[in-house]
Design a protein around this ligand. Sequence first.
Ligand code: HEC
Ligand code: HEC
Length: 385
Amino acid sequence: MAGAAAALLAALAACGGGGTELVESRAGTGDWVWSLPAHFPTPKVPADNPMTVAKVELGRFLFYDRRLSGNGQQACAGCHLQDKAFTDGRARAVGSTGELHPRSAQHLGNVAYNATLTWANPSLVTLERQMENPLFGESPIEMGINDGNKEAVLQRLRDDSSIAGYPARFRAVFPESAQPVTWANVIKAISAFQRSLISGNSRYDQWLQGQAVLNAAEQRGMNLFFGEKAECFHCHGSFNFNDQIVHAGSRIVETPFHNTGLYNLGGTGAFPEPNRGVFELSAKADDMGRFRAPSLRNVEVTAPYLHDGSAATLDEVVAIYAAGGRHIASGPLAGDGRTNPFKSDLVSRIDLNAQEQADIVAFLKTLTDQEFLTHARHADPFAPK
Ligand code: HEC
Ligand code: HEC
């Protein structure tokens, strides 16, 4: 991985820097054109849900539409806010009926490339399937759509006379169906919008292309991040700063999950229910506490951190890694995560002084992409202009 990163840097350096174009256009399906930085692969798109400009725009309206929840109170965007890279700023998400979700809402930057979706579910591999959770899930309730109100919610969209103009918009995007306002089409459109959420214009990306400078602290942090001492790159080393990537050209897709030593209830290695990671689904001892390494893009704005929002700041997260896990001295979650028997071999005490920890945090903050966080094409289309 370090070799790959070095090769990438060399290749980019060979491009000459300075006047290089930051994004390139790559043909998608239909009239869709991807705008991607040169170091990003082309996203994979399911054959039965091609991207089109009109579909992405329909999906954007639906993503921001509160009418899409059972009680009309909550849109996808209620838990996925653009200025927070589409997470919500809470430790744990709150659904449309006030129910507390056991986990923290995830950011959606570059979600098109995620090989599996959510914090710890190896079997959830498409955005289309993932969406059934927030829409129809009952434990916990997110959007609160169920058999009792499913038709009524669709009827709201069929009767729509807002600026969304759903009847005409659905007809234009799905011309083959007599009644295009269906759940399958709602899901397709929102998935297409989510695939359009590409974040690749951070200062780090600009630096890669010779168009920005990183200061001394950021460069030291970067060297630690990609070096063998801190080992962050083993799990966060891809162009998307994670280790589960799928794209249009992928052949073998790896989907590792890791126990990073956050808990160790009663010294048994257990994580608290219902947040035991892949173990919740597999019930295999080895899967205890295993979670997907999140993409660290825009991580500066996605606090609080970890699957349960249990770390408030980046300094706190880096300090946990430096200690080789988290020791919780007292209370119901007491236990020494550093000695969790299921912990990954890649997480062990790192000899990092305060300056080095601060340097890593400084580097992580270079992954913030202001354009992504503010661009009109991802923003709420219902907001007054
Ligand atoms: C109540 C808050 C809430 C609402 C509303 C909500 N989400 Fe989420 N979202 C979450 C949480 C929490 C997770 C993490 C779920 C988990 O790991 O179990 C998540 C995860 C995701 C993921 C996985 C991201 C990844 O990196 O794997 C996607 C995609 C997503 N949500 C899309 C949506 C869409 C689309 C909608 C609307 C149909 C929606 N969400 C509505 C809270 C919410
Ligand atoms: C063994 C793989 C692995 C290594 C090595 C690793 N991470 Fe992680 N990282 C993860 C996993 C898995 C999570 C999610 C943990 C959870 O919430 O249970 C995570 C979460 C994070 C988060 C929180 C992100 C968020 O959105 O909540 C940050 C920040 C982070 N890691 C930074 C680092 C840094 C910096 C290093 C190097 C010092 C590092 N990681 C090394 C796997 C790893």
